[in-house]
Design a binder for this molecule. Structure first.
Ligand code: HEM
Length: 439
């Protein structure tokens, strides 16, 4: 087995990349370049296997997926308990089936008006010429959307109450020193995680009370499907928290990264605004889809899939991983593999222009196989609606376009944020803007 730790030159290159980027992403790229699509992280207390590329993705996600477990023992399982994201087998399939109906592509049109309205609600608070951080604003929008869509909760007045608990929950599951020292005490979280639980249990209790008191109409939403299936409050809470975190932190990162990319590519931004002005509101201009896709390629919010190997598995030419080992399949490295992508580190939305194909399993921002992202269609529809609404209504002046780096939190986030000065566009400059404001 090739191990970069055994080669001093690679070791030095890894260290250099880490010091330059202050993130494990640089070292991962160095190892991929020097070692290949299969390697082991050479740390004393943490030495997971990393695989990437279409063949590995197909094996992990489709053909040999039964050899892997999603369930682990780490802060993610502590927090999400029996959430669909981190259960296996029949238990997983049961929860997933209950929730799929609310996120099926056919169910999405009913959310479109609400997604636009929540975007407007947040952006209506922006003053002309104000500096905003798109990472913060996108999170507000994504939270309002997910809570309304899945639990029929208008969370506008809840934002101050849940904001810090949500950020703390995300920080709690983000990579940190606990990876090396699993039993490290983690003070400062309990109060916030309890507050988040109290919020979710309150939503469940309110719904149960509404059902008991025949308060009609009872919403036909994801929460209701979980209640109708007879699940306990605890299991419902686990699914709700999973959907709340997985369903908004990813969209937040995607939206913020799109603004970061547009800030770095003024010509793409101008062309996108031109296309948006010429496209009727119910349609998506081609460049918007390409920009979303290319952003997901370069900065996939979920950049890595975390697994425990249940049964020995072989990759490449006889490179095996033993049962019990921890393994990651890297979406980030797959999306930047020079054997697949031309100029892989460059932002180039045109590569997704109509008719151009990417090899199967080479582009996997939503994973793949039976456990591909349950919210993939929802997340993409949301990104299209939020972005078109914002870009049609405001001009954005980037303030830190070249001072943004990816941070490995629960998702890959643009840090220190995406600062933009916003200017409301004159209604006369955009007919669709006028129209959409009266929808
Ligand atoms: C841009 C938006 C999103 C991205 C990039 C994204 C990415 C992903 C990826 C890569 C996976 C597979 C992880 C793996 O193989 O280990 C996944 C799974 C999942 N996602 Fe998403 N996601 C997004 C939006 C959403 C939304 C909106 C929801 C909920 C409404 C959601 C809920 C989930 C859940 C529950 C799973 C686990 C599915 C299962 O194991 O059966 N995601 N997501």
């Amino acid at each position: 087995m090739k191990n970069p730790g055994s080669d001093p030159a690679t070791g030095r290159a890894v260290l250099k990349a880490f010091l330059a980027e202050k993130s494990p992403l640089g070292p991962l790229r160095v190892m991929a370049e020097r070692v290949g699509r299969f390697f082991q992280v050479p740390l004393p207390f943490f030495s997971p296997y990393i695989v990437f590329g279409p063949e590995a993705a197909r094996k992990v996600l489709v053909t040999e997926r039964k050899k892997f477990l999603w369930r682990n023992h780490d802060p993610v399982t502590d927090l999400l308990r029996r959430g669909v994201l981190i259960t296996d087998g029949e238990e997983h399939d049961h929860y997933r089936k209950l929730m799929e109906q609310s996120l099926h592509p056919g169910a999405l049109p009913r959310y479109a008006g609400m997604m636009r309205a929540q975007t407007r609600r947040v952006s209506a608070t922006w003053q002309d010429g104000q500096v905003i951080d798109m990472l913060v604003e996108a999170r507000k929008i994504a939270l309002l959307i997910i809570l309304q869509a899945l639990f029929s909760r208008d969370a506008w007045d809840d934002l101050p109450r849940i904001w810090t608990p949500i950020l703390k929950a995300i920080e709690y599951i983000s990579p940190g020193a606990w990876i090396l020292w699993r039993n490290l005490p983690r003070p400062g979280y309990k109060k916030h995680l309890d507050a988040l639980d109290a919020y979710l249990y309150e939503i469940i209790a309110n719904r149960r009370a509404a059902i008991t008191n025949h308060q009609l109409p009872i919403p036909d939403d994801l929460l209701q499907h979980l209640i109708d299936a007879g699940l306990s409050d605890d299991i419902i809470r686990d699914q709700m928290l999973t959907m709340l975190i997985a369903g908004h932190d990813t969209s937040t990162a995607l939206l913020a990264w799109v603004f970061a990319m547009l800030g770095q590519r003024p010509e793409t931004y101008t062309e996108l605004q031109r296309q948006l002005a010429e496209t009727p509101p119910e349609k998506t201009p081609p460049l918007l889809d390409q920009v979303i896709k290319e952003t997901l390629r370069l900065y996939p919010p979920i950049h890595i899939g975390n697994r425990i190997v249940a049964e020995e598995v072989t990759f490449g030419e006889g490179q095996t991983i033993p049962a019990g080992a921890r393994m990651f399949y890297s979406i980030y490295l797959t999306h930047r593999d020079p054997a697949i992508w031309e100029n892989p580190d460059q932002f180039c939305p045109e590569r997704f222009a109509h008719g151009r194909q990417t090899p199967p399993m080479a582009y996997i921002p939503f994973g793949g196989g039976p456990r591909a992202c349950i919210g993939a269609a929802f997340g993409q529809a949301e990104a299209r609606i939020v972005l078109s609404e914002l870009l049609q209504t405001f001009d954005f002046q980037p303030l830190n376009p070249h001072n943004i780096h990816p941070h490995m939190g629960a998702t890959l986030e643009p840090r220190p944020g995406v600062l933009m000065k916003v200017f409301r566009r004159q209604a006369t400059t955009n007919n669709y803007n006028l129209k959409s404001n009266t929808e």
